[in-house]
Design a protein around this ligand. Structure first.
Ligand SMILES: Nc1ncnc2c1ncn2[C@@H]1O[C@H](COP(=O)(O)OP(=O)(O)OP(=O)(O)O)[C@@H](O)[C@H]1O
Length: 207
């Protein structure tokens, strides 16, 4: 494997319980750092792939390696290297955005409080910092989840439809962050999006 390969999936396979159909079937793919746009028709398994790579779903077969860390053999170490924002509301809805980031930053070794503050401002979250997530609007919850995931500063960032429900200012902020990932190529941001990202990805993966 080339040195620049950062994430590699090896025959990763997954069928939801009660179904014999593999939504992800022997998926082997190499990714280099940068911004990768993952797209494809509804139901093609984009979200399922992100959840597998996040360690949230247990594959029936295969594995993934991030740097030297194996998803199946070293699941805890692996998960500490991955930030994920899904389509569902973020977990720990009883916590405020500030409490949730405080909790997560104890688990993730690269968490960066300066970046948290930067994203709080970028997403206009300051007025909502101390309210429980469950009391916030869907869009604000989404922004709080994005701000936290970005500030965890993980080498792998997985975002499922991150542009949805963002106001213009937040959209510009997110595009700035993703543009930085594309430019610097010091981490891998794998982004599922139906709409064009509004900036040039490093690579595009079409399912
Ligand atoms: N929790 C679940 N239980 C059973 N089947 C599921 C579940 N989640 C997804 N699926 C099925 O897995 C397949 C892939 O779904 P997935 O959400 O990964 O696709 P997608 O490409 O992200 O779709 P979309 O573009 O509509 O968001 C679909 O056929 C879907 O019905």
């Amino acid at each position: 494997m080339s040195d620049s390969i950062f994430l590699h999936t090896e025959s990763l396979s997954y069928a939801y319980s009660g179904s014999s159909r593999r939504v992800v079937d022997l998926w082997s793919q190499s990714f280099e750092p940068g911004l990768v746009w993952l797209r494809g028709p509804n139901g093609s398994g984009k979200s399922t792939r992100l959840k597998l790579l996040a360690g949230m779903l247990q594959p029936q077969y295969g594995s993934a390696r991030l740097g030297g860390i194996d998803l199946m053999r070293q699941p805890l170490e692996y998960r500490r290297l991955v930030g994920f924002v899904g389509a569902e509301p973020p977990p720990f809805e009883h916590l405020s955005p500030a409490e949730r980031f405080g909790f997560l930053s104890g688990l993730y070794p690269h968490a960066d409080v300066d970046r948290w503050r930067e994203h709080v401002d970028g997403f206009g979250l300051r007025p909502f910092l101390n309210q429980p997530l469950r009391e916030l609007s869907t869009g604000t919850q989404h922004k709080a989840a994005l701000a936290a995931a970005l500030a965890l500063n993980t080498p792998l960032l997985l975002l499922d439809e991150p542009l949805n429900a963002l106001d213009a200012v937040s959209l510009a902020h997110l595009r700035g962050v993703l543009g930085e990932a594309a430019l610097r190529r010091d981490r891998l941001a794998l982004v599922v999006s139906h709409e064009a990202l509004g900036l040039e990805p490093s690579a595009c993966l079409e399912l």
